[in-house]
Write a protein that binds this ligand. Sequence first.
Ligand code: SAH
Length: 259
Amino acid sequence: MQIHKLTCKKKFDQHFLKDQNIAKKIVSFLSFENYNTVVEIGPGLGILTKYLLNNPYHHIFLIEIDKELISFLKKNFSISKNQIIHKDFLKWNPEEMNLRNFAIIGNFPYKISSQILFHILKYNHYIPECIGMFQKEVAKRITSYKGKKTYGILSVLVQTFYDVKYLFTVKEKVFFPIPNVQSAVISLKRKKNMIYCNKKMLFKCVKIAFNQRRKKLKNSLQEFNHIPNFYKIPFLNKRAEELSVKEFLQLTKEIEIKK
Ligand code: SAH
């Protein structure tokens, strides 16, 4: 499939947004509260980039995996070479560029949306905000809460670090080529008062618990049964889907302290 004489590459999950109003609207959700640097993931043909570059006081960086699109962006946008990074976002380390406070924006490649989120969570201490377009079903999972079917690993882990908001749904027909799923834009704003807990342990507990979501936690978390007074840990009689984000943090803390 050809667009602007470029080939749309399936392997890079390319679905280009065509609607200028939606692009403008997505960018308008960036708050620029306490940051002035934005990293765009997968700029493609630059529909969001155009609006990001409107303000000369903002620092914009683009991370794009497709070499052909890199040349296109360099030709079509007045942006310096070192702001356009030819790289797989999942392999990008902001410290290498000395970036320590920046927002993320993007109409993300859907096949790797979970990995993108995990990469953002890895560097959450540098990322105060993220405005992103995901496959609608993934956006629903990220913004879900206890008791809902869609509540799971992504909901708990993202909401540990960020306040999340489902912003709006986007129809298939505004993309080229048309994807076979609907999309949605969400915002993540880093929590101001985060409860401290061991990140590695939290990820481990949440993953184990939801991988056997029907089981009570005292059964799914059996690998911690050597901990003194294991059965006194709160919430063990509940199932993963019955625990709020805050309760997951409490649970992890208990396991961590007693370990
Ligand atoms: N933002 C553009 C393009 C969205 S399509 C728009 O809204 O029109 C997804 C984009 O992500 C494509 O440009 C694709 O080449 C790029 N991409 C895919 N995998 C990537 C990765 N691992 N790292 C960086 N960019 C990636």
